[in-house]
Design a protein around this ligand. Sequence first.
Ligand code: ATP
Length: 670
Amino acid sequence: MSSIFVSQNMRFRYHHALIVPFFSMNTQTLSNSTPFSNLKKPLSFLTHRFQPKRTIFTVFCSKKRNSKYPPLPLKTNGYHGASQAKVPKPVYLEENKLEMQFGVLKKKLEVVGIDTEICVPGQYNHLLCPECQGGDAGEKSLSIYVAPDGGSAVWVCFRAKCGWKGSTQAFAGSSSHSTTMNQVVPVKKKREIKEEDLQLEPLCNELVAYFAERLISNETLQRNGVKQRKYDDQEANTEKIFYGLDDIVGKSDVIIVEGEMDKLALEEAGFRNCVSVPDGAPPSVSSKELPPRDQDTKYQYLWNCKDELKQASRIILATDGDPPGQALAEELARRIGKEKCWRVRWPKKGKIDDCKDANEVLMYLGANALKEAIENAELYPIRGLFNFRDYFDEIDAYYHRTLGYEVGLSTGWNNLNGLYNVVPGELTIVTGVPNSGKSEWIDALLCNLNHIAGWKFALCSMENKVREHARKLLEKHVRKPFFNERYAEQVERMSVEEYEQGKRWLNDTFHLIRCEDDALPNVKWVLDLAKAAVLRHGVRGLVIDPYNELDHQRPPNQTETEYVSQMLTLIKRFAQHHGCHVWFVAHPRQLHNWVGSPPNLYDISGSAHFINKCDNGIVIHRNRDPEAGPVDQVQVCIRKVRNKVAGTIGEAVLLYNRVTGEYVDDDSKR
Ligand SMILES: Nc1ncnc2c1ncn2[C@@H]1O[C@H](COP(=O)(O)OP(=O)(O)OP(=O)(O)O)[C@@H](O)[C@H]1O
């Protein structure tokens, strides 16, 4: 059996043999590490090709250690001591005693990862804890005391989550020995493995051919130091790191792939600044909060390589295109920080299927296509943060006017065409003094919109009895009075046939939202039903008439302004989400010294938010003084239009027909 290994004069931090292709590179000595378990690359090929003598590849990830510290031990829950080996006490001259002892002590402290550079004998020193790295804040939580003679040290990390502590002495058995050494809880130690221990051999011809079939050149294999070995034992207790870590040291762009073969493939496309994860991909993205570093077992390699990743300004996630690969990208991005991440979309390899990974792109489309895919990496999406490009489809549809009613639907009154048009998804607040005809005007508007464009509506009109509301709507639709009574002024009453046809129209056009008991509806209840009406009946408009008839159970800690703002936000969200226009009737507060002029939108009782939050603000006003002008004249005052495409501020005059409830343009006021 043979395995693939690396051999270059650098240090290994991690290694592991598997019965699958594995590689490693650039190492000098091998420290112990956690087993590599990633390999998504084809086993079948190998087992088939090299049977019955099964080939075993072993991958060694490496790291050129710039740090002066050797690999850190695993976390402990108690005392932790440095080497307990008995070191014979050397003979030294008295004046050199401190220097000698301290020198030996420093070496022992360095073995457990303690930075001795700023340690001064006889003092408490505060350092970064090698166990917890000072947590997210990176605080210097490790307190270490070195004896004045430099012969012993005790330390403790004050972070409650860590609490790492221990002691050591320069020379075990000497009079300066600390008794705490005996209480040390043994920890898993990393083995130092020399490259020679691995008994690496050059790749055999079959393996070179295997890589060649995947378009991995001999040159790339050489540079990555891919070798083989004859046995397949796995190296336990090793530290997980990325495969190819040396290649990203000091690089501003770092590419992360999901397998070693992809790393080699990227090199063929000219990218050496690439590492592979050692552990493959998770089946799906975890729904849990990110665990603290010491419990983040599956992604320990990320934490172990934090320094290398920190140096990079751009991390390009080039994981597999399948769901686990995408889940891996998300898990990596969550930990690295999405703002620093880009993601790669693999091109199609045929008419339908996308390439799965970098090696497939290399094999099917070639090195240039792989280079292009990496160069076209896109910003990793961050929830809530968008580009305009994300909306280009919608903007295109708006420009080409394929959505419908982009510039608003005409109200049906020429006098209003330049001022107010009805855009789906907007909120119009309608106000006016009592009896000004707000409800009548809205009903007439709905009839027009239905006649012009077939729109349907949900009505939440709390003040109207259903039968009276039906009468008013039917009169407008049939253009005849419902009854043959006083107000009909000799105009012929609608016939039974007209009435029956009108009923069918009523039923098709309007959907009623009403509380069946005497309770008042709250806005959320109304919107939920309106949503059902949108989805079931395709309604394009909702009328809530009036605001003060809704149930306003405002929490005691909320001001009316806050309440109104929140309520209008809900309504607007509903309108936008469902492309439904909402007309919301609100009364003005009691006007003192009112002289008969139209009220202001700011006069709406409750809050100025009505005017601030609405898209359109309309005041309906009518003349009641025969001496001041005709009493059937109605002013439609457009006081706010947010969307200039839909209209502008101004005033139109309509004439009200008391018999049929219809409104027509007052041509004298054009
Ligand atoms: N221009 C007008 N001339 C004469 N009567 C009108 C005019 N406009 C509306 N009316 C009549 O006024 C009455 C009230 O109309 P409507 O209910 O539409 O007013 P409103 O402003 O919604 O009232 P409220 O504030 O009380 O809800 C109806 O009987 C309607 O026929």
